[in-house]
Design a protein around this ligand. Structure first.
Ligand SMILES: *Cc1c(COP(=O)(O)O)cnc(C)c1O
Length: 386
């Protein structure tokens, strides 16, 4: 079946509701009872698949896990309390003291902090490198390679196929697919071992719940990740959040189409504007990663970053002008997060990406589902103020 159908039905032959509810009820329960001790013992021996406790499995989470597994064409998925819960738990499950990890030098701020500062406290060696330039001498010998493509917030594109060809099979490749979603890119099919999502973003799509997902392609690893780590770390997703993510998924493909269409129009507008020096959008032929993005993605996503030109009317530094511009936007709300129906704007160096080497004047837009003309009008009036 195709992605629109899968994101609505999941496994079509599996019941997600006991009483023929079209929308499965929220299984708002901490625990599940057994008919007998014998029954319970069989479950604990893994001889049947009854639910036990919502920190390990819950029907709402399972519906979400089935759907994301199908959409990413993986073998299993595990839900988490947040994207960071997914990232921290997966990395701790794969890496032991003495192991080493290589990460792209631009990733989400908290992911960067976890990799650069927390993992080394446990004896795990971590290094950052620009993975857009793939040098076989430099990328070999790691247990895990971690990346986002497109990367937050510079939209760097990394060639997953080429990376896999260079490093062989004994290194795990983890791709944070939050920006692309499985609608635009399926990393497991081109060499990744694990995909991560901040479900908070496009999967939820409405900015009303925090959650994360890991999708893997080796079914044998599911029990280790789920019961060996997630369940013991307690990074489980809440049933109500899973219910919201299941609802969000139903319209994911239509929403992604809208985000991509709006973003393309706005990127073209920005690129043609005389107050803007550089636009970072994978769908622009002038962008560094355009050729790889065209190969590896179906469309180019809803995230754009850009910089203003130097020395407009002598109005202070780049950084100060970026602040004036952002403060003067009306429709775009100043907020972290992305993937919502509302368009959002932020300055990563001052907000999400403190501590990374990101230009202080870089402005990041998360393009929403409003009319592109209204968004462009808003940008236009804010550009007139600088
Ligand atoms: C937001 C985000 C995360 C973290 O997800 P949370 O759900 O906020 O914990 C991880 N990676 C990327 C690319 C993100 O944008």
């Amino acid at each position: 079946m195709k992605t629109k159908t899968l994101s609505i039905h999941g496994l079509h032959n599996k019941k997600y509701s006991g009483n023929k509810e079209l929308t499965p009820p929220i299984n708002q329960t901490a625990t599940f009872y057994f008919n007998s001790i014998n029954d319970a013992e069989q479950t604990f021996n893994c001889e049947n698949d009854q639910y036990v406790y919502s920190r390990g499995r819950n029907p709402n989470l399972e519906e979400l896990e089935d759907k994301i597994t199908l959409l990413e064409e993986g073998a299993f998925a595990v839900s988490f309390s947040s994207g960071m819960g997914a990232i921290a738990t997966l990395l701790m499950s794969l890496l032991k003291s003495g192991d080493s990890l290589l990460s792209h030098n631009v990733v989400y701020g908290s992911s960067h902090n976890f990799i650069a500062n927390i993992l080394p406290e446990y004896g795990i060696k971590t290094e950052m490198m620009d993975l857009r330039k793939l040098d076989p001498e430099m990328v070999n010998g790691y247990k895990v390679i971690y990346l986002e493509t497109p990367a937050n917030p510079t939209l760097d594109i990394i060639d997953i196929r080429k990376l896999r060809e260079l490093i062989g099979e004994d290194t795990y490749i983890i791709v944070d697919n939050t920006f692309a979603t499985p609608i635009l890119q399926q990393p497991l099919l081109i060499g990744a071992d694990f995909v991560i999502h901040s479900a908070t973003k496009y999967i939820g799509g409405h900015g009303d719940a925090i959650g994360g997902l890991v999708v893997g392609k080796d079914k044998d690893f599911e029990n280790t990740l789920r019961f060996g780590y997630m369940c013991e770390f307690g990074t489980a997703m809440a049933p109500f959040n899973a219910w919201l993510f299941n609802r969000g998924l139903k319209t994911l493909e239509y929403r992604m189409k809208g985000h991509c269409q709006n973003a393309m129009a706005i990127a073209n507008y920005l690129e043609g504007h005389n107050k803007i020096s550089k636009v970072y959008y994978p769908g622009l032929p002038s962008f560094d990663g355009y050729m790889v993005a065209k190969e590896q993605m179906k469309k180019f996503g809803g995230m754009i970053s850009f910089e203003l030109i130097d020395g407009i009317r002598g109005m202070g530094s780049d950084e100060e002008r970026a602040v004036v511009f952002v403060d003067n936007l009306k429709l775009f709300k100043i907020a972290v997060s992305l993937g919502d129906t509302e368009s959002l704007v932020e300055i990563p160096a001052k907000m999400t990406h403190r501590g990374l080497d990101i230009k202080p004047s870089l402005i990041r837009l998360a393009i929403g589902l409003e009319d592109a003309e209204d968004l462009i009008d808003d940008i236009e009036q804010a550009l007139e103020t600088i």
